[in-house]
Design a protein. Structure first.
Length: 699
């Protein structure tokens, strides 16, 4: 669960604003030994709030001796790496995606634990890439990283931040710092500002805008911060689409990809939705002082602004869980005043039992109705220290308790300060239809009061989407999140037949049904500027599978099949997942490679390596081979999938110690029928390890 490549997708209405920074050439992070960063160039191309970021960093080995390097990059939780290239000792190399978890150790070649300053800088979801070639003394390393990021949106305001503050890693000046930010938007760009610096070039024509900055011989000690605003009078649906060549699409779900952003006009509906709400407050010792005062003030604001007919409770926790009331109580003048007095008396103390807080809060909720929302607002500043402290364990407790009471929850998370578990809070929001925000110590009260004003009367609860004609497929997120005033619904999907369609969003608001209809053009054109659509779709597909994976026993056959699908789509589309990583060292090239006879095979817990299949291409059958160099005695399962990810055949073989093993597939499915020509994916599962490869059947 650690170091996830994702945490929030386009389906989340507000994306946690975790930012990126320059990468680090790590020699030994335990003692703070790094390559010297010479220059940094960041180019951000934004198409309707989808940012494609290219970061080029140049490093120099100034240690006086040859060094092995690990590249580390503080990837944001809302971003996905799509390509990494590097130049070492004068030669450019390309990486490829491989079916093994990335090596997340951060101490480079020195072993041990990385320094606190490095850990603080690299964040919770870093990308690591070990460079196998030795960098010569006084030589240069250039790294070019590309990733896709969905920018946070709130009431027409969009923000982007790239912390160029490198002081935790290096105090020396950089020879050059370059920053270029380019936007293309269907909605009118009302304003754009580079808040952190004075832009040397700035322009805004309404539907396109640009910022440019170039600094020489200056310290990298200030973050790049960009804010731009979109017209609030142009609400509706704005979509983009592209139909790519069949030869470039690795599956048969359709060559068309679309992404749209919908923000219905909330003035079309009015009323109040009843709420059952629990305010869950961390009162552990680390919350003492300003954080505790602000958390109490924010909770008081919510209590003061509940609606007649709402029911509410307060759960405060350290390593002891204390509810305000045994159950939710009706909101009235007496209960309001009693709750305000209760909040005034809260003090910080003890440890942090997040699992216990949810085990107490969730069973109090009733089954939801179309006109009632069950809501948890969760405020914390730290990592769990008591009860179940693992991210997987806490998520499992929340999901299990939700199922036990047969309810649907919306969880809104607020992380306060630098010590918060970003991954945990993001996943709690992602898996439970909520929003997530990370705040500094002095932002809490203002942010929560603004947030509560937004969610008090949502635009649409339990939304559903239909297309007319019904030609869209593999649409994500699924299910759709609730839609709140000032927020957008971002949806991606696939299509085979280009044409104009109507998108119908329907759901409940204020106790009665609401529906919005928008036109969307699914084009037959292939537009290179929209190449990122394949990455965004794959990212959200993988996100959907991950939610399913973590809602079942990961060791079960169902869990293993979800894991295999995640690996397949990650490798086919070149989007990192928790079960895949970047590997490489091959001379510059493009494309996604799976493990085969020529691919580099990572070490696994069983020294379990894939040898590929032979022949490949094949007709009618092929041998799938692997090697085990350990004395493991288990059954290996070989599962074969078609190009749309459907399982068509399962084979098995007993592994009895070290040696080479092979399994013959006769080109037939489970029913014994011959399968059609085309590309197929196979996975081999042995214990907790899964390897994958691609093969082609010709006829």
């Amino acid at each position: 669960m650690k170091n996830r490549f994702y945490l929030l997708t386009a389906g989340i209405l507000f994306l946690c604003n975790i930012s990126l920074a320059n990468g680090v050439g790590v020699i030994d992070a335990k003692i703070g030994s790094y390559l010297k960063l010479i220059s940094s160039s960041v180019t951000v191309n934004v198409e309707n709030q989808v940012a494609v970021v290219t970061s080029i960093q140049k490093f120099k080995n100034t240690t006086g001796s040859n060094k092995l390097i690990k590249y580390a990059f503080p990837m944001p939780e809302s971003g996905s790496a799509t390509e990494l290239q590097y130049k070492i000792n004068g030669q450019w190399y390309a990486t490829k995606f491989t079916n093994s978890k990335q090596d997340t150790t951060s101490s480079g070649t020195g072993g041990g634990t990385a320094s606190p300053s490095f850990q603080s800088y690299i964040g919770n979801t870093p990308l690591y890439f070990p460079i196998t070639d030795t960098l010569k003394a006084d030589s240069m390393l250039t790294v070019k990283l590309t990733y896709v990021q969905l920018l946070p949106y709130d009431f027409g305001a969009v923000s982007f931040e790239y912390p160029n503050d490198y002081h935790l890693i290096q105090s020396d000046q950089l020879e050059q710092q370059e920053f270029k930010f380019v936007i293309s938007s269907q909605r009118t760009i009302s304003s754009i500002d580079l808040l952190s610096h004075t832009a040397q070039t700035s322009s805004n024509t309404g539907h396109s805008a640009q910022l440019y900055l170039n600094l020489s011989n200056m310290k990298a000690d200030k973050n790049y911060k960009v804010n731009y605003s979109l017209s609030l009078t142009e609400l509706g649906l704005y979509g983009i689409s592209s139909a790519f060549a069949d030869s470039t699409i690795p599956d048969s779900l359709g060559r068309g990809f679309f992404l749209f952003m919908a923000e219905p006009d909330p003035s079309q509906s009015s009323g109040i939705i009843r709420k059952v709400i629990s305010i869950v407050i961390d009162r552990s010792g680390s919350m003492s002082g300003t954080k505790m005062d602000q958390a109490k003030s924010a909770a008081k604001y919510i209590v003061n602004n509940l609606n007649n007919g709402d029911r509410f409770n307060i759960i405060d926790f350290d390593d002891i869980i204390t509810p305000f009331k045994p159950q939710h109580v009706a909101y009235n003048e007496a209960s309001k005043n009693e709750a305000l007095n209760y909040l005034s008396n809260l003090t910080a103390r003890g440890g942090t039992s997040i699992s216990g807080a949810f085990e107490t809060a969730i069973p109090q909720f009733p089954k939801p109705t179309d006109s009632t929302a069950n809501i948890i607002i969760f405020l914390t500043d730290g990592e769990p220290t008591s009860g179940n402290i693992s991210t997987d364990g806490i998520l499992g407790i929340v999901n299990t308790n939700t199922k036990k009471v047969d309810t649907t929850l919306t969880i809104f998370c607020f992380g306060i300060g630098a010590g918060v578990n970003n991954q945990l809070l993001s996943l709690l929001a992602t898996q439970h239809n909520g929003l997530c925000e990370f705040l500094t110590n002095d932002q809490l009260e203002a942010s929560i009061t603004r947030f509560y004003t937004k969610i008090k009367n949502p635009v649409m609860m339990l939304p559903k989407i239909t297309f007319s004609p019904s030609i869209a497929a593999e649409v994500f997120p699924n299910p759709l999140p609730n839609l709140y005033i000032g927020q957008q619904l971002l949806v991606t999907g696939r299509y085979s037949k280009p044409q104009n369609v109507n998108v119908v969003l329907s759901g409940q608001a204020y106790g009665h049904p609401v529906s919005y209809t928008f036109p969307l053009n699914l084009t037959d054109s292939s537009l290179s500027k929209y190449n990122f659509l394949t990455k965004v779709w794959a990212k959200m597909k993988i996100e959907n599978l991950l939610v399913k994976y973590y809602n079942v026993d990961p060791k079960s056959s169902t869990g293993q099949r979800y894991k295999e699908e995640i690996i397949i789509y990650s490798m086919l589309y070149g989007v990192l997942s928790p079960f895949t990583s970047l590997t490489g060292g091959g001379v510059i090239g493009t494309g996604v490679e799976l493990n085969n006879e020529k691919a580099e095979n990572p070490k696994t817990p069983y020294d379990f390596k894939l040898l590929g299949n032979y022949p490949n291409p094949f007709n009618p059958g092929t041998y799938i081979s692997f090697v085990s160099s350990s004395l493991v005695q288990q059954v290996a399962y070989i599962r074969i999938y078609n190009s749309i990810g459907q399982l068509i055949r399962e084979l098995s073989i007993n592994v009895n110690g070290s040696g080479n093993y092979k399994v013959y597939w006769d080109g037939r499915n489970e029913s014994g029928a011959l399968v059609p020509a085309g590309n197929y994916i196979y996975t081999i599962s042995l214990g907790n390890t899964i390897l994958a490869g691609k093969m082609c059947l010709l006829k």
